[in-house]
Design a protein around this ligand. Structure first.
Ligand SMILES: Nc1ncnc2c1ncn2[C@@H]1O[C@H](COP(=O)(O)OP(=O)(O)OP(=O)(O)O)[C@@H](O)[C@H]1O
Ligand SMILES: [Mg+2]
Length: 359
């Protein structure tokens, strides 16, 4: 499709040293981010980390105290929001209740004073795209939350902006519907090839949808990377703890010998040479718990303290002889021997599955 190829060339966003203060409070602290045309980037972080404020500065609803926003190389920092031509979708959709679906979607085109036949054609085209053609004459209150959300997406897409900004667009919906709609937004992204900047505090959503995830904390971007890298190679303790579950094992090194804070020696053979002081981060699915006889000598001996069945897996809590508490996620496979509470076992992990983070 020619239109897609053309729009894929535009929509590059560059954030340079963006800073936003509310009084003495620094809500966004020197954010730098470069987003390629057609890329799907999530801003992921806990409540209050500055995600919405960052998005609002891109949209032009907030002005930064310092720094620039560039769209396709042009500085738009001072441009009013209605002249930025960015599609924006908020959490509460903000559909006009007294307008039908068609009228809601046509609104941005009427504001831009397009001719009626042109409006009709564009509206019908975009309603097809989000599979809402049969709802054209309904009012928002006659539709489900998920359908209303799709109207909001259609309204943001209809004037063909190079960039879509989405702020927790699925926040109000139940889990199943969120999963369904995130797949829809993702396939829409593949189809229309527009740059999408997606704000969420839901790590699963960010990992599943994004080309890259920017993890925010206290106004700063702590790491920007593809989802797998964020999960497997977190840059710091905050990212490791916020994205997924993790065991954190503080390690000190004295006279060339590495040991845990509870005094257990870690064998350098397992950890590769040159283990540094810091915190070892091991995901629960990478923590092995094996019978003492089967295990490599380098593990930590201890026992199972409790187990929780979570459907596809069992979460097994382990305590080492010196009292180090660790968690293992064991997938429930029918022919695997189940561990028992109180059972003696040895905890170990492969160095390739562990990240050592500075403290
Ligand atoms: N208009 C404002 N005046 C004063 N402080 C504000 C204003 N808007 C946001 N803040 C503060 O700035 C910080 C960042 O807010 P922001 O809305 O960007 O967070 P967020 O990451 O989007 O959080 P959430 O996940 O809860 O939506 C918060 O501490 C918030 O209280
Ligand atoms: Mg927010």
């Amino acid at each position: 499709m020619k239109a897609n190829v053309e729009s894929a060339k535009t929509g590059e966003i560059l954030l340079q040293d963006l800073q936003k203060r509310y009084g003495s409070y620094l809500a966004v602290d020197n954010v730098n981010l470069s987003i390629s045309p057609g890329e799907f980037v999530s801003l992921l972080g806990p409540s209050g980390s500055g995600k919405t404020t960052t998005l609002m500065m891109i949209a032009g609803f907030e002005s930064p105290n310092s720094g620039q926003v560039l769209l396709d190389g042009k500085d738009i920092t001072k441009l009013p929001s209605h002249r930025r031509e960015l599609g924006i979708i908020f959490q509460n959709y903000a559909l006009f209740p007294h307008m039908t679906v068609e009228e809601n979607v046509a609104y941005p085109l009427r504001m831009r004073r397009l001719q009626k036949p042109d409006i009709t054609a564009k509206v019908s085209n975009v309603l097809d795209q989000v599979q809402l053609a049969q709802f054209a004459t309904r009012y928002p209150h006659q539709m489900s939350g998920g359908q209303q959300q799709r109207v909001a997406i259609a309204r943001a897409l209809v004037f063909d902006p190079p960039v879509l900004l989405l702020d927790e667009p699925l926040g109000a919906l139940d889990k199943k519907l969120r999963q369904h709609l995130r797949n829809e937004i993702k396939s829409l992204h593949n189809e229309v090839g527009k740059t999408m900047i997606y704000v969420t505090h839901d790590q699963d959503e960010a990992l599943a949808m994004s080309d890259r995830v920017a993890v925010m904390h206290e106004g700063r971007i702590r790491q920007v990377a593809p989802p797998q890298e964020i999960y497997q190679r977190p840059a710091d303790l905050f990212v490791a703890g916020f994205v997924g579950e993790a065991n954190f094992i503080p390690v000190k090194v004295e006279a060339g010998i590495a040991s845990t804070s509870t005094g257990e020696k870690l064998h350098v053979g397992d950890q590769k040479s040159g283990l540094q002081p810091g915190t070892i981060c091991v995901r629960p699915e990478h923590l092995r718990l094996e019978a003492p006889a089967n295990s490599a000598s380098s593990g930590l001996p201890g026992h199972v303290t409790s187990m929780t069945f979570v459907g596809d897996a069992t979460i097994v809590h382990f305590r080492s002889e010196n009292g180090l508490e660790l968690t293992s996620k064991v997938f429930n496979v029918s022919n695997r021997k189940r561990l028992e509470i109180g059972e003696a076992c040895v905890a170990s992990w492969s160095s390739s599955d562990a990240t050592v983070l500075a403290q």
